[in-house]
Design a protein around this ligand. Structure first.
Ligand code: PGA
Length: 267
C-alpha cells in the first residue's frame, strides 16, 4: 500500500483566533476535493476550538502543537491529550525542537535551560503514549543541531532520539505514528536540507523503525521532512521515496504557500 502524503502546518505562536479562521476559510476553498494528500493545521491552543469549528466537514484536519502525559489534575499550563481531542484534534506534534529547547548550536543550550521547556526523549515517549490513550495520533519530531551535523554525529543523534521516543508502543499504534525529520539548523532559517540527504536520514529513521517494530510497521509509518519547506522546494523533497510529507512552519501561514506545498506532494 503506498503511503498517502501528509502535509501538516505548524502555526507555532502565530495567528490570532480571527486570523486563524480567516486562513482556514481561504484554505478550505483552495484544497476542496483533494483526497490524495492528508492535510492538517496546528494552531495555537487558544485558537484550536474556533479553527476546529471553521474546518468541520472539510478535508483539513486539526492538530495540537504539544500535549502533556497526564489526563487531568494540578498541572498548571499543561493541556491533556483528551482536551485536544475534545477541541477537535486528531493529531498532536510532540518533541518539536522548539519544545525540546534545541536551537542553533550546543552553546545555545544555556538559553534552552533558562528559557525553554527542555523536553526530553522520555517525555516525548510518555506524551506520545498518552496521545494514543486519548485517541490522538502523535507526530513525533526529531533532528540534529548544526554542531552535531558538523561533528558527523547526525545518525547517532537521530538513532538516540528515535530509540527512546519510539520505545514500547503497541504494534498497531506504532504503525500509525507519523515521524518528522527536522534538522534543527533548517528550521526557520531558509536553509533547506538537501533532498538526497533528507531522504537518506528519513531512510535511516525507517530502518530504525524496522529494527524496533518489523518491516510491516516500517513500510506503513509516514515520515515527514520539516525545515524551510517552501512551494519551490516541496516537489523535489516530496518526490523522494522515504519522504512521505512535510511539517511546515513559516510557509503554512499563507494559504498560497501552503497549497503550493500540498500541490508539490501531488506532483
Ligand atoms: P519552518 O518550520 O518551515 O518555518 O522552517 C518547520 C518546523 O519547525 O516544523
Amino acid at each position: 500500500m503506498p503511503r498517502q502524503p501528509f502535509i501538516a502546518g505548524n502555526w507555532k505562536m502565530n495567528k490570532t483566533i480571527g486570523e486563524g479562521i480567516a486562513l482556514v476559510e481561504e484554505l478550505k476553498g483552495m484544497v476542496a476535493g483533494i483526497d490524495d494528500v492528508d492535510i492538517a493545521v496546528c494552531p495555537t491552543f487558544v485558537a484550536l476550538a474556533k479553527v476546529g469549528d471553521a474546518i468541520r466537514g472539510s478535508n483539513i484536519m486539526l492538530g495540537g502543537q504539544d500535549t502533556f502525559w497526564k489526563e487531568s489534575g494540578a498541572w498548571t499550563r499543561q493541556i491533556a491529550p483528551g482536551m485536544l481531542l475534545d477541541a477537535g484534534c486528531r493529531w498532536v506534534i510532540i518533541g518539536h525542537s522548539e519544545t525540546r529547547g534545541r536551537f542553533g548550536t550546543v552553546e545555545d543550550e544555556l538559553e534552552r535551560v533558562l528559557s525553554y521547556f527542555g523536553e526530553k526523549d522520555i517525555t516525548v515517549n510518555m506524551k506520545a503514549k498518552a496521545a494514543f490513550a486519548a485517541g490522538l495520533t502523535p507526530i513525533i519530531a526529531c533532528g540534529e543541531l548544526l554542531s552535531e551535523r558538523q561533528a558527523g554525529r547526525t545518525d547517532q543523534v537521530i538513532a538516540g532520539q528515535m530509540k527512546i521516543d519510539l520505545d514500547g508502543f503497541a504494534k498497531e499504534d506504532a504503525m500509525k505514528i507519523v515521524l518528522a525529520y527536522e534538522p534543527v539548523w533548517a528550521i526557520s532559517t531558509g536553509q533547506v536540507c538537501d533532498a538526497e540527504e533528507a531522504d537518506r536520514v528519513c531512510g535511516l529513521i525507517r530502518a530504525i523503525v524496522k529494527d524496533m517494530y518489523g518491516a510491516d510497521v516500517a513500510e506503513a509509518v509516514r515520515i515527514q521532512y520539516g525545515g524551510s519547506v517552501k512551494p519551490d522546494n516541496a516537489a523535489e523533497l516530496l518526490g523522494k521515496p522515504n519522504i512521505d510529507g512535510a511539517l511546515v512552519g513559516g510557509a503554512s501561514l499563507k494559504a498560497n504557500d501552503f497549497v503550493g506545498i500540498i500541490n508539490g506532494a501531488r506532483a
